[in-house]
Design a protein around this ligand. Sequence first.
Ligand code: ZN
Length: 150
Amino acid sequence: MLKIIKHPNDFLRRKTREVKVDELKSPKVQRLVFDMAKTMEVEKGVGLAAPQVGSDLRICVIRIDNESFVLINPKIKLSSRKKDIFEEGCLSFPRKFFPVERPIKVKVQARDLEGKKFKIKADGLLARVLQHEIDHLEGILVIDRAIKDE
Ligand SMILES: [Zn+2]
């Protein structure tokens, strides 16, 4: 189990760096991904990004409805113009929810744990979680995107 870094903490603001393909096969990275997936499960999160566990690597894991994803070096390739608003939680902001407006559909490109490239076309909750986790990899947090009352 990894310790989840809670806001406020400078680590959550750091930009991550891309994982090199040979680095991917290292026990260190394999272990990190395994531990991130386990931690997300135990904490009952739907997603977890490496900066939340103190790593500067461009990695996140997602688990929705028993479907799991490991995303190495993920990038959003396309976002729909259509957006919607939904209350988002985050393991770095325990028991808090923030209304966030985001595109309803995205296309994401990433590598899997073997280093193979793949693409995900997502909508609904998966599209939202992908955007939330990829934001973490840029040092962007849910509070930055939250709609303010006014
Ligand atoms: Zn989060």
